[in-house]
Design a protein around this ligand. Structure first.
Ligand code: ADP
Ligand code: MG
Length: 310
């Protein structure tokens, strides 16, 4: 047994340059520990090094230096055990167009040496909602279905650690909800440790117990989600008025802007100003509210705030 699902020490990756492109130092000595049983978020902007890290864990990219332990097994000393402990859903769709979902799962199970009687292709197809597409060619599946099949493929050998690289980038809300609930179930019912990368702060907030933020190949923050988000205090309430607004609300601590579509955006610091204060200012300006929603601070805000203080 181990308490850490992943232990990464001094991980470096330099991609060799070629024909006019310079070498790229994509990971600059990353240390990262992911406790077993968590849903862990790896956040960062495009090009930060998230996929490089994940592909190294998956054994798809060779590291330049450092150590990677998966479920207690050092990748170099125990390659077979460390590979068996991890399942990876890659960022890119990489399915063979001539395989069916069932065929793809069976081939993957074969690659991992899962004996026929232990295979769970039907269960996995059901879980990812592809039972009725079990015999369809992968090239006929929608992008969302192909993503779900990639999730299924990552599960065939029942890994203790499941790694998802941007699982919901560009997918519709329904599919996102389905992926989220599948991932939660795996974590809660089977105790699978989940590591996911995402652009979406909202996704990290909803899903992840702990978060590391990576930028330019370095971990710049690592904390519980609550602690990290607690540092981002800025909130935005958007009001859809019943009638066009002539005079904007005005109150201390609230920044008011008019949007092109006639809605009014009110930005405030949650520590100093409550949602009730904001609504009060709107009412005081005589504005009748047709609809209201709050917008999340996005990853960029977190970044700006986190990197400012370091
Ligand atoms: P992320 O997943 O966070 O967007 P990546 O790990 O894909 O970031 O990329 C990190 C950096 O390494 C980027 O600058 C990217 O251009 C570069 N990179 C990624 N893969 C390769 C590769 N195969 N060859 C050269 N450079 C690469
Ligand atoms: Mg990536």
């Amino acid at each position: 047994m181990t308490n850490n699902a992943i232990e990464i020490r001094g991980l470096q990756k330099t991609y060799k340059g070629g024909r006019g492109t310079p070498a790229k130092h994509a990971l600059k000595g990353v240390d990262l520990t992911v406790p077993a049983g968590k849903i862990f978020g790896l956040l960062g902007p495009n090009g930060a090094g998230k996929s490089t890290m994940i592909n190294i864990m998956a054994g798809l990219v060779n590291k330049s230096s450092g150590t990677v332990k998966i479920w207690g097994f050092d990748q170099d000393e125990n390659p077979r055990q460390s590979r068996a402990a991890i399942g990876v859903m890659p960022q890119e769709l990489n399915l063979d167009p001539f395989f069916t979902p069932r065929g793809a799962l069976e081939v993957q199970a074969g690659l991992y040496g899962v004996p026929k009687h232990q295979r769970q292709s039907d269960d996995i197809l059901r879980m990812v909602g592809l039972s009725d597409k079990a015999e369809a060619y992968a090239r006929t599946l929608s992008g969302g279905m192909q993503r779900r099949l990639l999730l299924g493929k990552a599960l065939v050998h029942q890994p203790q650690v499941l790694v998802l690289d941007e699982p919901t980038a560009g997918v519709d809300i329904e599919l996102r909800q389905m992926l989220w609930s599948n991932i939660r179930r795996l974590n809660e019912e089977r105790g699978v440790t989940v590591i996911l990368t995402t652009h979406y702060l909202e996704e990290a907030e909803e899903m992840c117990d702990e978060i590391a933020i990576i930028n330019h190949g370095e971990v710049v923050a690592r904390d519980s989600t609550a602690n990290l988000l607690g540092q981002v205090d800025s909130k935005c309430m958007v009001i859809d008025p019943v009638a066009p607004v002539e005079t904007l609300p005005s109150a201390p601590g609230i920044e008011v802007t008019r949007r092109g579509d006639g809605r009014i955006a009110l930005t405030y610091q949650a520590r100093e100003t409550s949602a009730e204060d904001v609504l009060g200012a709107v009412r005081a300006a005589g504005i009748a509210i047709a609809d209201v929603k709050t917008e999340q601070a996005d990853l960029e805000d977190v970044f700006l705030q986190l990197t400012k203080s370091t």
